[in-house]
Design a binder for this molecule. Structure first.
Ligand SMILES: Cc1ncc(C[n+]2csc(CCOP(=O)(O)OP(=O)(O)O)c2C)c(N)n1
Ligand SMILES: [Mg+2]
Length: 606
């Protein structure tokens, strides 16, 4: 930093008299932000040509400052994380940058938050941790971003690589650890390579299938003098399927008697909804979605058959069994299978940004690889109107699905039944709200019973399906969409894996509602255990008093003790500022009665 101050135009002697430190930082920030001013040099009150002026700053930069400048250049606005001693030069560079540091209480949460930034904006989210233990805490969130296709950059520190007096203290090979779970991982071995590495990292992160990248900044490289300058940011354009391939697909679609459209994760990553909607309107095709495809097209649509919450044997699978062709937009095998392909069964057209990974349960016969919006528009343009509506069976199964899936919503018992819970929530939150679901039994019920109306309005992870993401994901959603209501829905097991982030939410003054579904157990696993006819063992725990727990963080705690309290408490929390936690007792006995017993009885012969 010393070199920076030497050339700093804001410390010219005539200005020092009235200058407060915070004003200094503010002006310096604006100076670096305002590219026009920077290049013309007018604020610096000298006539040095733009090029030389820039050069002055470059010669005085260290690696950490150049890394921060490269991130600013990429448009980064937040960095989530927990710095360690190895990140101090980076932290110092961050202090006077335009980037806001969001300090979290666990690196895993920082990773989830950065991944969600990428998921919701399409631009890489960035997070920071120290070497060794900080980096290992990132592993779950890196994996969540990898399987979920969320663009993000994980930055970790490291001891000096050239000369160090610390032996092997805290050192593990982080770059190798990151290798199988990132799209790119590099140690920065020279400060001047930072601009190209950052540019490459951002390009790789957003290219489909988008995902996590990692850079390690060792202490000595962070301190090293840097002379390189950042690269201009260029757009990466997705390849497109050729018109010939699109034309060749039309007869395959036209020959199908009962085609179905499947909408899945990749369709929710980018803005594909209007192209998919147009395809549905033009062709009359019935559709369903995976859990991660929910909301791309409004689930109240008359041709929507719902979400494949289960892989098999739900009412929806009657339609899938009847289909002779499935047009799969955006599903890849990292998502829990929405149905199982068999050798003699339904044919599948795989439409995605990238090729299919062949698996025993997924081996599509046709692949259209390229930009999804382009493909769907191309198909819609060439297909005969109303040609994919089927023979009437899907209309009948739609009535059956609506009748059966929503039949227990009026159950007024306490603890809450999952179906009742979902319906009260659906009725009481605005349509454009964002729900962030952690992983537990309730996720299946929400996937099956909650009708989503907007893309990315249900943030759930059905790829890594990790517990602990619900709350951190909700924090980023609220930061990015302060105008929307954001509700985190967590089981008592998953919530306690990252509940410390209540403090972060309170510190950031976010308006957030957390629904804590309490069954004093790992309900989902308990259900599976029972389903395997195993004795009930090893899956119950005690809980803190969640109302007091929330209040100890400065949040507001609420407890539901009567079934008719939930709607009004939810309304109150949604309309009051601050972080609210609502402790809701839940009874999962419907898991067996509905998802096993009732589904065994069903018949698809309509
Ligand atoms: C990090 C992690 N550990 C374990 C699991 C396996 N798992 C999936 S759901 C579940 C139970 C979740 O319990 P809870 O959060 O209380 O929700 P509930 O099912 O009780 O509603 C477990 C242990 C997981 N998905 N992620
Ligand atoms: Mg539980």
């Amino acid at each position: 930093m010393a070199g920076h101050l030497f050339f700093d135009p804001f410390l010219f002697p005539q200005r020092i008299g009235w200058y407060s430190l915070s004003q200094y930082h503010q002006d310096r920030k604006t100076f670096f932000l305002d590219k026009t001013t920077y290049i013309s040099g007018c604020r610096g009150d000298n006539n040095t040509p733009a090029h030389n002026h820039k050069q002055d700053f470059k010669t005085t930069m260290n690696g950490a400052e150049l890394l921060v400048q490269a991130l600013e250049n990429e448009g980064v606005t937040f960095i989530f994380g927990i710095p360690g001693e190895e990140n101090l030069a980076f932290l110092e560079a961050l202090r006077t940058s335009t980037i806001k540091l969001i300090l979290t209480r666990h690196e895993q949460a920082a990773g989830f938050m950065a991944a969600t930034y990428g998921r919701l904006t399409g631009k890489p989210g960035v997070c920071l941790a120290t070497l060794g233990p900080g980096a290992t805490n990132f592993v779950t969130s890196v994996s969540h971003a990898l399987l979920g296709g969320m663009p993000c950059l994980f930055i970790t520190g490291q001891k000096p690589i050239k000369k160090s007096k610390q032996g092997r203290f805290q050192i593990i090979d982080v770059v190798r650890m990151m290798e199988p779970i990132t799209k790119m991982t590099r140690q920065i071995v020279g400060a001047d390579s930072i601009p190209s590495l950052v540019r490459e990292a951002f390009r790789v992160a957003v290219q489909e299938k988008s995902g996590p990248v990692h850079l390690e900044l060792p202490e000595d490289i962070a301190a090293e003098t840097a002379r390189a300058s950042v690269f201009p940011v260029t757009r990466v354009i997705n390849p497109q399927v050729s018109e010939n391939v699109i034309a060749d697909t039309i007869p395959i679609l036209a020959q199908a008697k009962n085609p179905l459209l499947l909408i899945a994760a990749a369709a929710n990553r980018r803005r594909t909804c209007s192209a998919i909607e147009d395809f549905i309107e033009r062709t009359g095709i019935y559709f369903f979605s995976t859990q991660m495809g929910k909301g791309v097209v409004n689930e109240y649509h008359q041709r929507c058959l719902g979400t494949a919450a289960l892989s098999d044997n739900d009412y929806l699978h009657c339609a899938i069994d009847r289909a002779d062709l499935i047009v799969n937009v955006g599903h890849d095998v990292v998502e829990k299978p929405p149905f199982f392909m068999t050798r003699k069964g339904v044919k599948v057209i795989h439409i995605n940004y990238f090729r299919a990974a062949i698996d025993d349960v997924y081996f599509p016969q046709y692949e259209l690889i390229g930009d999804i919006t382009h493909t769907m528009r191309g198909l819609a343009r060439r297909i005969q109107p109303d040609s994919l509506a089927g023979d009437g069976y899907f209309f009948r199964i739609k009535q059956e699905i609506e009748k059966n899936i929503f039949q227990r919503q009026q159950n007024e018992s306490i603890p809450f039944s999952p179906q009742r819970l979902v319906s009260v929530i659906r009725e009481n939150i605005p349509e454009d709200s964002i729900l962030s679901l952690d992983n537990g039994m309730y996720k299946i019920w929400f996937a099956r019973n909650y009708k989503a109306t907007n893309p990315s309005s249900i943030l759930l992870d059905n790829a890594l399906a990790t517990m602990g993401a619900g709350l951190p994901v909700a924090l980023t959603a609220k930061m990015l969409h302060p105008e929307k209501k954001v509700v985190a829905i967590c089981g008592d097991g998953g919530f306690m894996m990252n509940s410390q982030e209540l403090e972060t939410a309170v510190r950031l003054r976010l308006d957030l509602v957390v629904l804590l579904l309490r069954d004093d157990a790992l309900g989902m696993i308990r259900w599976k255990q029972a389903g395997m006819n195993l004795p009930d063992f090893g899956l119950e725990f005690g809980n803190p008093d969640f109302v007091l727990y929330a209040e100890s963080y400065g949040a507001c705690g609420h407890r539901i003790t009567r079934h008719d309290e939930l709607a009004s408490t939810l309304q109150t929390c949604l309309n009051r500022p601050g972080v609210h936690l609502i402790d809701i007792p839940i009874n999962y006995s419907e898991n067996t009665s509905v998802l096993i017993e009732e589904l065994k009885q069903k018949t698809c012969l309509l």
